[in-house]
Design a protein. Structure first.
Length: 236
């Protein structure tokens, strides 16, 4: 039976690397991306590498786009057993609470929380039926413990708050799956050079960050309700 995964935000960065590594592991990968041209090009790139890859348009800030993607998944990929919610935006990456603008906070929540919520809630029954896995890609800075204890935490309120809310969603979903063979958990790949942070120096490569996520998603272990980093359990 074909193993099918849907990766959001997969036209570039960590998302594209996640799709590539899953494909190299024998998965059929559906690449969700807002920009149709870039998404099509990314799927073609993977196909040229011998990976079974297809593009599906998805804009997490557009409810109509989300509804279309959900309908397309249900009809075209009923065997879906892995959803990796990688898509996200910084909402203006300003390291300040007082400097945060409400419009940027709302924009970050629309994609990182509300759009992801709509997708998760709609696809959870399918993933549950297929005894599959949902991975919500998170960040160290979504951890309230990390923000209070680390000397390296960035107080990027717009981004951090939306991802902390996403973590709360992960916990809520996991409670409903505790008696199921399906599972949901969160993974932070750690500091990775991506467009989100301007490809900041000192971060690990996208390939390395993606591997952390893919390894947990495919290791066959039960991680339901966990928040994980490269070393293991990470504090909420």
């Amino acid at each position: 039976m074909t193993k099918t995964a849907f990766v959001t935000g997969a036209n570039k960065g960590i998302g594209l690397e996640i799709a590539r590594q899953l494909g190299q592991g024998g998965w059929k990968v559906v690449l969700g991306a807002r920009n149709a041209e870039r998404g099509t090009e990314a799927a073609a790139e993977l196909s040229e590498q011998g990976i079974d890859a297809e593009f599906l348009q998805l804009d997490l800030s557009d409810s109509a786009s989300i509804d279309r993607a959900i309908a397309d998944i249900r009809s075209g990929y009923p065997e879906l057993s892995l959803l990796i919610n990688n898509a996200g935006i910084p909402g203006a990456f300003v390291p300040s609470f007082n400097g945060a603008a409400e419009e940027h906070l709302r924009a970050a929540f629309e994609v990182n929380f509300f759009g992801t919520f709509r997708l998760n809630q709609s696809l959870l029954p399918l993933i549950g039926q297929n005894e599959g896995t949902i991975v919500n890609v998170s960040t160290d800075m979504a951890s309230l413990n990390y923000m209070q204890t680390s000397d390296y935490a960035l107080n990027v309120f717009t981004y951090n708050a939306s991802k902390t809310a996403n973590n709360a969603m992960t916990v809520a979903m996991s409670i409903e799956l505790k008696n199921s063979r399906a599972q949901v958990f969160a993974v932070t790949p750690g500091f990775t050079k991506t467009d989100l942070n301007g490809n900041a120096e000192g971060g690990q490569t996208k390939k390395a960050g993606a591997k952390i996520i893919v390894d947990y998603a495919t290791d066959g272990k039960r991680h339901n309700g966990e928040f994980l980093n490269a070393e293991g359990i990470f504090a909420w």
